[in-house]
Design a binder for this molecule. Structure first.
Ligand code: NDP
Length: 316
């Protein structure tokens, strides 16, 4: 039989608000959690500039700073935060056998999955260049900076519809750029978009390029080149914000065929709980939430997961 050097009570995978909040609670419950930070330590918030909607920061806080604070808080109570990625997990029997990409192998009595989701972008070079300087994938996070300005939302699903109507309350004008002539969004959401006077639909349209000026480290987007696929005509729209809403991809590759997921790959948790279909494995944050996707909701479910892991261990 294989001998494992480590058996941990609570393994947390992921280092966004869900992972670190789970770690704070698990550490304070004396579970001595081990947290693997993953590919993007700090998660999606490290790609944001200012976070203004997380309660408790009246003057806002930089995304990366907030994640550093959360990490320090988790470590202060005894979380063992490690650099590395979980590369394999065996969910067939408990304790769960886990492999890390640096060769470490360990056993975990409970696992909290907080691997998040990754926003999808169009993949244009110019889009990449203006990330954090006008290009965003979150209207709730960054919309406020475009008060009274013109912006574009790319996509035709529920997220795009929601972002467009949210932005229409702040921005002077919203162009909604969709690649087809019909929205994918639900009827109710689509109707809201179509009945909002300052949203202009650009149907059958694709983005060729995002344009703006760059001076040193300062970047300011001032437009996008949109091509109508039916007529072939391209034109520039004058915008300062460019919101990509073409979907997210939950980071769940590792759990395919092992944990229950919906058709888009989000982990399924039991109602009012973070429990997955495998007893002892919990999921928190964006990896199981396609609706809210906020730092505060991720933190909330991280807290739930730690409390549920503690209760689970207590019942064993
Ligand atoms: P969806 O996959 O539903 O929609 C993505 C949209 O982006 C589609 O309109 C799609 O076009 C377009 N798109 C995809 N790839 C590209 C590309 N490369 N270039 C241009 N356009 C592209 O994602 P959502 O994030 O909108 O929604 C995900 C899930 O979450 C859905 O089930 C949705 O119903 C749900 N949701 C529910 C909400 C609610 O109930 N309040 C709020 C937000 C999401 P096309 O239509 O041509 O495929």
């Amino acid at each position: 039989m294989k001998i494992y050097m480590e058996t941990q009570k609570c393994l947390i995978i992921g280092s966004g608000p869900a992972g670190y909040t789970a770690a704070i609670y698990a550490a304070r419950a004396d579970l001595k959690p081990v947290l693997y930070e993953g590919m993007e330590p700090g998660g999606q918030l490290t790609t944001t500039t200012e976070v203004e909607n997380f309660p408790g920061y009246p003057n806002g806080i930089d995304g990366p700073q907030m994640m550093e604070d959360l990490k320090n808080q988790a470590v202060r109570f005894g979380t063992d935060a490690r650099w590395g990625m979980v590369s394999e997990i065996d969910t067939d029997s408990r304790p769960f056998k886990v492999k890390i990409d640096d060769g470490t192998e360990l056993l975990a009595e409970t696992v909290i999955i907080a691997t998040g989701a990754t926003a999808r972008y169009l993949g244009l070079e110019s889009e990449e260049k203006f990330k954090g300087g006008g290009v965003s994938a979150c209207a709730t996070c960054d919309g406020f900076f475009y008060k009274g300005k013109a912006v574009a939302v790319i996509g035709g699903g529920d997220t795009a519809a929601e972002e467009a109507t949210y932005l229409a309350n702040l921005a002077s004008k919203v162009y909604m750029v969709h690649r087809r002539d019909e929205l994918r969004a639900s009827k109710a959401m689509a109707n809201r978009v179509l009945n909002t006077p300052n949203i202009e639909m650009l149907w059958d349209s694709e983005v060729k390029e995002v344009v703006g000026v760059e001076q040193g480290f300062t970047k300011a987007l001032n437009g996008a080149i949109i091509r109508n696929k039916k007529t072939g005509e391209a034109r520039k729209i004058d915008i300062e914000g460019f919101f990509v809403a073409i979907g997210h991809k939950p980071n769940t590759e590792l759990f395919k065929g092992k944990l229950d997921m919906d058709e888009t790959g989000y982990l399924i948790t039991k109602p009012d709980s973070t429990a997955t279909n495998v007893p002892g494995i919990f999921a928190a944050g964006d990896v199981q939430d396609k609706h809210f996707r906020q730092a505060i909701t991720a933190a909330g479910t991280g807290c739930m997961a730690a409390i549920e892991a503690e209760r689970f261990l207590g019942e064993q």
